[in-house]
Design a protein around this ligand. Structure first.
Ligand SMILES: NC(=O)c1ccc[n+]([C@@H]2O[C@H](COP(=O)([O-])OP(=O)(O)OC[C@H]3O[C@@H](n4cnc5c(N)ncnc54)[C@H](O)[C@@H]3O)[C@@H](O)[C@H]2O)c1
Length: 194
């Protein structure tokens, strides 16, 4: 599947950082949060990070402007209706995530992929709250996302191969090192080994 527009849901530590990374490679990256104050902090954090990269000579001013121009920020729910991919970064709390999935299932496109960055919740349990769970998958990043290349891609029982392949290809495109985890086990692989 050709991903063109991404919504990162949750503008905290992980969401804001991964949105910055996506925006280096995609032109349409929306950061959703239910609170304006969190969005404003995320915007400031991303602008500061990008400025630091420019000052360090890691990024040109033109690249910085392109990246910042690719990002938009919203508290409006309708951002989910047109995107190709949602990556959920809400607080690690099962009822919060379940309520979110039940709600976005009503508005996302049938073809949209829904991914979760959960560290420890079961993909199969979360999938029960997603309509058409074949397009639901774990996409587990590590903190800090701009330094750690690993992304675990965790298939639930219902996840189809197309969904896993699309997230795998996208992870390569953003210069990460993806690993597909074929079974939803506690701790996935990295945290389980640790
Ligand atoms: N921080 C890490 O080291 C790390 C690493 C890998 C994965 N994760 C996972 O990433 C996810 C986000 O973690 P984080 O560290 O960015 O957390 P965070 O606390 O920084 O951000 C959580 C986000 O959830 C939002 N939120 C809180 N309650 C909400 C509600 N009731 N409805 C909607 N949104 C709500 C907050 O506004 C915030 O944007 C979690 O699932 C966590 O397990 C975290």
């Amino acid at each position: 599947m050709n991903i063109q527009s991404i919504v990162v849901a949750g503008a905290g530590t992980m969401g804001s950082s991964m949105a910055q990374i996506f925006a280096g490679y995609y032109d349409n990256v929306v950061i959703y949060n239910h609170r304006d104050v969190t969005l404003n902090k995320a915007k400031q954090r991303i602008q500061d990070n990008v400025q630091t990269l420019v000052q360090a000579g890691t990024m040109t001013q033109t690249q910085a402007q392109r990246l910042l121009g690719a990002l938009s920020y919203t508290t409006e729910w309708d951002c989910f209706s047109s995107c190709d991919l949602v990556v959920e970064n809400l607080a690690e709390n099962l009822p919060i995530k379940q309520a979110f999935y039940e709600k976005i299932s009503q508005v996302v496109k049938p073809s949209a992929i829904i991914a979760t960055n959960t560290s420890g919740l079961s993909i199969n349990i979360l999938a029960q709250s997603v309509r058409d769970a074949h397009r639901f998958i774990g996409m587990h990043w590590f903190n800090p996302p701009h330094l750690i290349p690993l992304i675990e891609i965790i298939k639930g029982d219902a996840t189809d191969d197309n969904t896993a392949q699309t997230i795998y290809d996208l992870s390569l495109k953003i210069n990460k090192k993806p690993v597909v985890v074929h079974r939803d086990v506690p701790g996935f692989v990295a945290n389980r080994l640790q």
